[in-house]
Design a protein around this ligand. Structure first.
Ligand code: PLP
Length: 395
């Protein structure tokens, strides 16, 4: 019998805040009008949309008119990447090898239309080199897409340095859009697209204790972006279709929490992650941390994601053994786990052999407690020792 449940798969999705669930239910029960309707019910629903738009905008330090609600992070990314293409003279994009499949597969579709894509390598920590980015830029580059925090290993890309490179490139009057997938950074690190000169930035509500199937794209003023979903002209004509008012209301609530708490939450989560990583590395012989070393001074280390390998053990076996003890983790990204067992992120970082097969991702959230982390360390050590004995592994 499972005695307790410790949810450490927050990069796959999070448990909605109770206030978010209440807001969703209330919107469905009470404010079910169509925001485009002219009567009272429509106006009420429209008010919920405006409040949520203001909350998301304020959490990013931008204007409400710059927020386009979408059906999730994947859709926001597709809108950014594909919507930026029409009308561009150049047909070249630069991205990194560790992007989420939403970015890589959207670009894969553009390749079929003749777009050239340069995929930058990363180092052993999963971090891209801004100088290599600079070298990859060409006259015909119309888009650069670099994620903020990697979803599998928690590497943080050097956005400030990239901003300097891109600002210098644009100085000569060259037109270039910069898209940042900030889905995993939002709520954990400061996300301020306006300060960095980011043109397009994608978010997802369900990674920050909001509802699933809701996201947002920040679109900087004067950005030329074509819609992918034509229709009634909702969302400033950038994403038609009657708005998901309950989901967006829930997202707005989650965003309001983020606006007030990012720094405090990041500090707390980081300490818990450090306890988890140090505890497991100390208690489990052969355990390896994939990704940036976990220390406060390391700017490449996100506060909430730890990816560890246990040599000789498949990640899936460790995952299910932990599940039996009520601990929920992941073998990598939830999206990649079935289709593609060998993580493209770990491969790009040079992780090989059984360390590649043995990766387990622990991901934390502001709701994670110290007690849960102590339990996770203790149980992970016990499980891995048992599995080492069972499979005759001598690390
Ligand atoms: N980008 C990153 C970095 C992610 O981790 C995810 C989800 O795992 C997405 C994009 C896609 O977001 P959504 O699940 O809302 O489509």
């Amino acid at each position: 019998m499972i005695e307790r449940q410790v949810y450490l798969d927050n990069s796959a999705t999070t448990r909605p805040y109770p206030a978010v669930t209440r807001a969703v239910v209330e919107a469905m029960e009470e404010h079910y009008g169509n925001p485009s309707s002219l009567h009272k019910k429509g106006v009420e629903a429209g008010r919920l949309l405006s409040q949520a738009r203001e909350a998301v905008a304020s959490s990013l330090g931008v204007s409400p008119g710059e927020i386009v609600f979408t059906g999730g992070g994947t859709e926001a990314i597709n809108l950014a990447i594909k919507g930026a293409l029409p009308g561009r003279r150049g047909r070249h994009v630069v991205t990194t090898a560790v992007e989420h499949p939403a970015v890589l597969n959207a670009l894969g579709q553009l390749k079929e239309q003749g777009v050239e894509v340069t995929v930058l390598p990363v180092d052993g920590q999963g971090v891209v080199d801004p100088l290599q980015l600079q070298e990859a830029l060409r006259e015909e580059t119309y888009l650069v897409s670099v994620m903020y925090v990697n979803n599998e290993v928690g590497s943080v890309q050097p956005l400030e340095e990239i901003a300097v490179v891109l600002a210098a490139f644009r100085k000569g009057g060259r037109k270039l859009l910069w898209h940042v997938d900030a889905v995993q950074a939002y709520g954990k690190l400061p996300v301020q697209p306006g300060l960095l000169g980011v043109d397009l930035l994608s978010l997802s509500a369900h990674k920050v204790h909001g509802p699933k199937g809701v996201g947002a794209l920040y679109v900087a003023p004067h950005t030329q972006l074509h819609t992918l979903v034509a229709g009634g002209g909702q969302e400033h004509d950038r994403r038609s279709g009657t708005e998901n008012v309950p989901g967006i209301a829930g997202f707005g609530l989650a965003a309001a929490v983020i606006a007030g708490e990012v720094r405090e939450a990041a500090g707390k989560i980081f300490l818990l992650k450090k306890t988890l990583v140090d505890g497991i590395l100390a208690a489990v012989p052969g355990a390896v941390l994939n990704g940036p070393p976990c220390c406060r001074e390391n700017p490449c280390c996100a506060p909430h994601i730890a990816n560890l390998s246990f040599p000789g053990l498949r990640g899936e076996i460790v995952l299910h053994s932990l599940e039996e003890r009520g601990i929920y983790v992941s073998t990598g990204s939830a999206c990649a786990s079935r289709k593609n067992p060998g993580s493209h992120v770990l491969k790009a970082m040079g992780v090989k052999g059984d360390l590649l097969e043995g990766a387990v991702r622990f991901s934390l959230s502001p709701l994670t407690t110290a007690d849960e982390i102590d339990y996770a360390v203790e149980q992970t050590a016990a499980v891995v020792h048992e599995l080492y004995a069972l499979y005759g592994v001598r690390p």
